[in-house]
Design a protein around this ligand. Sequence first.
Ligand SMILES: [Zn+2]
Length: 263
Amino acid sequence: MENKVKFTVTDLAPNVWQIHEEGAGQLVDCYLIVGETRAALVDSLMSRGDRRLYDIVRERTSLPVVVLHTHGHGDHVGAELREFIDAGCEVCVSEKDFPLMGSFGAKYPTEIFTKLRDGDRFDLGGRTLEVIELAGHTPGSVAFLDRENRQLFSGDTIGSGSIWMQLDHSTDLTTFLDGMKRLESTVAGIDNLMVYPGHRNQSPVQLTERYITDMRELAEMLVSGEMVGDPMQLAEGGARFPTALVARYGMVGALVYEPSKLK
Ligand SMILES: [Zn+2]
């Protein structure tokens, strides 16, 4: 039977590719970044696709590959990860997201994962990815910053059009705000920062450092009570999350949160 899940590869920048999954109810992205001595795959999609993700990577590099996960949700730690594990690739995720893993999608024993920590650096040869903890969407969400090349791979905690922080395991907004302040100061001075999220299709425009400032300001206004969101519409999932509120500001398409979890 033909596999209806399609993987599409897009060149984003020299030695950086976006691999997009479409067809199993989720539109999701992962990213391949190739250095001089090593390559990194940021997230591993959700479903089995029409082609093997491992082959897509191997067509572009023969270097050792480290698989770095932005968080533990099953649409980013997927079925295609199996071949990378079998090939002996190092696979990483924050320990704080271990309890979430396997909740949907593929299941892997957490012992196989290297634990990501804030400040970890992955030297790929000529380019480095720096781990920035950004708890919010999940407690173990992280972003990966390539400072030299002005790229931030952000998963779901920021960057996708609608940021879901109303989930049971999402952190309170104050914790998220603390992370956003640290991120904003970490990227200060980087112009034209390209933010590459886990669901890139949700943002109609390329997000930049301006988005990070907008998100920090929005979180600040919500925590202080200066701004209050609107009820989540049915089309956005309001029936499933009847008490959730949605706030919009600047480049931030939507931030969904529970008003009981400001602090
Ligand atoms: Zn997620």
